[in-house]
Design a protein around this ligand. Structure first.
Ligand code: ZN
Ligand code: ZN
Length: 75
């Protein structure tokens, strides 16, 4: 995924990600690339994983579609 401001690659975990060059944080919403449903987000041992209940399979952040909802205020 890419920052809408600087178009550089941004990294993050779960539904939050940060663009380090811009110092901006974004809130993301994922949807299954197959069925379009919103996958279930589960956190275990500090890592976030996704599972699509309608496809009945785990999803990875890189394969799903995503949408940037809004910028989160820094601080
Ligand atoms: Zn940026
Ligand atoms: Zn699905």
């Amino acid at each position: 995924m890419h920052c809408p401001h600087c178009n550089r690659e941004i990294h993050g975990q779960g539904s939050a990600c940060t663009c380090e060059p811009c110092g901006k944080k974004y809130s993301l919403r994922f949807s299954c690339e197959v069925c379009g449903e919103e996958p279930e987000e589960t956190v275990s041992c500090g890592s976030v994983s996704y599972f699509c209940n309608s496809c009945n399979e785990p999803k990875s952040r890189s394969s799903m579609k995503y949408e940037i909802l809004h910028e989160m205020d820094a601080g």
